[in-house]
Design a protein around this ligand. Sequence first.
Ligand code: NI
Length: 178
Amino acid sequence: MSILKVARLGHPVIRQLAQPLLPEEIHTEEIQTFILDMIDTMREYDGVGLAAPQVHVSKQIAVIEVNHNPRYPDMPQIPLTVLINPFLKEKSEATEEGWEGCLSIPDLRGVVPRHESLVCEALDQNGKPITISTKGFFARVIQHEFDHLQGHVYLDKMPHLTTLTYLNEFSKYWVSET
Ligand code: NI
């Protein structure tokens, strides 16, 4: 297993629509190893999620996990989740604002409105269909990673950029408001 190089905003792969995987592709050694590398990479950089385009691979794969993450110390824990070809439905009309950051946009954080709850259908790492019905932070992370697979980043979803802040200033001036 290895740590993959993270693509940053500006690299064209971040803006490409990622390709869905064929069911038979999921079981190949190449994809299985790649998923393990994505998990390693997410953990190495203390991400709560990582989408394949963020490591230069334009395929519909995302991994999510929150396990005592130092970048998001107050956030609820999320078990390791692998999403292949995810599809979002039953998105709540109600939205909720929350802070987001992104490994492809280092050192910044901003407030993004997201659907409060949703249902996500996807395949897991074994190609088995899964349905995740969730709300709050997990729903937020799913929307963030799903966006990456469409070539979108969280900045695109900020109605205005006035909350955009560097991490250092975030902890100085904004942290009490989270
Ligand atoms: Ni991101």
